[in-house]
Write a protein that binds this ligand. Structure first.
Ligand code: TRH
Length: 395
């Protein structure tokens, strides 16, 4: 158990520090996915008290089924989860460290209370992850509040030492390796999701993407690639297109449909900790957004990223920036193949040839995924860098 036990000038042991994380659920799971993961890790590894303020508990409950969507306050996973109502309780005392996730703007009354503190809280805006170079210049940039005696610092996750790093629990890679080494663990995962273990000869692929993804094109490419494939699709918006491809009226969790050499399995949307197991069970993972994208890198498996779409195709620059970093050290043919498949998947282009090229390089891509995960895991993780920054500011 890592613990940031240095103390602040008032001799306040870090373990007495309180953190507030504010999360506004936008339109998917990633905002709350990142905040929930961060909150749990801060409690478990840094011994701080965390209140997680969430404006949409119904989305949270999908990642954390044991949570109560109707509860104003609840303790889950060591975290005090609070419902962030539009009318915020003006009596709430600010924490020593305030995380504003993805520029969600904490309540005005809360900011006023922060400003009224003799010892101003550390106020951090946790930004979205990007592999783009400009992030390094903006990481830890200070932004004075226009009216209140407060300063907010921007904290950018990233892939280099001059960024905030990536979320990674201290035991994640050991748990991954233990899972992979224990053949029964993957069998247990399939049984827990309603299925028998897949046939030994199939290539296992997980598919998590946005509604606009070319699911029919991808399943067609799987069916025509000349090798037995199994595609595991978690319950979500992709099922409609998958049903059309498979000639079904509808698909639901527990369904398994065979189309030639392709098996399609519909999984339940599993609790967030269990999603890692899906990634560890598969040979190739299609992921999206931010949190599943990062988890797929820790899974040390080849990955194809469906990036969150943005206006004016800004997201494609983010995709290019990541792929440029990712293919470093990879054989040219394999790097070209995985980059082409990622671009075709995000652009809605034909997938047969790009997929065939990736499958032809899969051993090299698998070896690279392992070295990429090891390289990423060398520096401190995001929670540790956040804790260090917060404590430094409180000195
Ligand atoms: O759901 P997302 O598309 O979230 C997005 C991104 O975070 C994006 O950066 C942000 O701008 C947008 O929201 C508003 O993808 P992401 O980030 O992968 O989050 C999905 C979460 O769901 C992740 O924590 C993994 C989790 N998950 C489960 O817990 N169970 C499941 O079965 C599946 C498929 C995912």
């Amino acid at each position: 158990m890592q613990s940031t036990m240095s103390s602040t000038p008032h001799g306040l042991a870090a373990s007495l520090l309180r953190w507030d994380i504010f999360c506004a659920v936008i339109d998917n799971y990633g905002d709350i996915g990142v905040c929930w993961r961060l909150a749990r890790q801060l409690v478990a590894e840094h011994g701080v008290a965390v209140r997680l303020w969430v404006d949409d508990l119904s989305r949270f409950v999908q990642l954390c089924p044991q949570a109560d969507p109707a509860a104003d306050t609840q303790a889950v996973g060591g975290v005090e989860v609070r419902c962030w109502h539009a009318t915020f309780d003006a009596g709430v005392e600010p924490a020593e460290v305030v995380i504003e996730a993805f520029a969600c703007e904490p309540p005005a009354s809360y900011l006023v209370k922060m400003a009224g503190r003799v010892r101003k809280p550390v106020w951090i805006n946790l930004e979205y992850l990007s592999a783009e170079a400009w992030v390094e210049d903006c990481h830890l940039m200070a932004s004075p509040h226009p009216r209140l005696p407060l300063v907010k610092h921007f904290f950018f996750p990233g892939f280099t030492a001059r960024t905030g790093g990536l979320l990674r629990e201290h035991d994640l890679l050991a748990r991954r390796d233990a899972f992979v080494a224990d053949g029964r663990a993957s069998d247990a995962f399939w049984h827990a999701t309603g299925f028998v273990p897949p046939p030994a000869d199939v290539l296992r692929v997980s598919l998590f993407a946005y509604r606009h993804a070319d699911v029919r094109g991808l399943l067609q490419a799987f069916a025509g690639c000349g090798r037995p494939m199994l595609c595991a699709i978690p319950d979500g918006p992709l099922l409609d297109e998958a049903a059309v491809f498979l000639g079904r009226d509808a698909l639901r969790p527990g369904d398994e449909v065979v189309a030639g050499s392709l098996i399609v399995r519909v999984l339940p949307f599993v609790a967030q900790p269990d999603y890692d197991a899906l990634l560890w069970c598969c040979d190739l993972n299609f992921v999206r957004g931010e949190d599943s994208f990062v988890r797929a890198q820790w899974a040390a498996r080849p990955l194809v990223w469906h990036i969150y779409p943005q206006a004016e195709d800004v997201h494609l620059g983010k995709l290019d920036a990541f792929m440029a970093r990712y293919v470093e050290g990879l054989a040219v043919d394999a790097g070209t193949a995985i980059a082409r498949l990622a671009h075709a998947w995000n652009a809605g282009d034909a997938l047969d040839a790009p997929l065939a090229a990736v499958l032809a390089c899969l051993p090299a891509l698998q070896a690279h995924a392992c070295s990429w995960a090891a390289r990423l895991a060398a520096p401190p993780d995001l929670a540790a860098r956040l804790a260090e920054f917060a404590l430094d500011r409180l000195q």
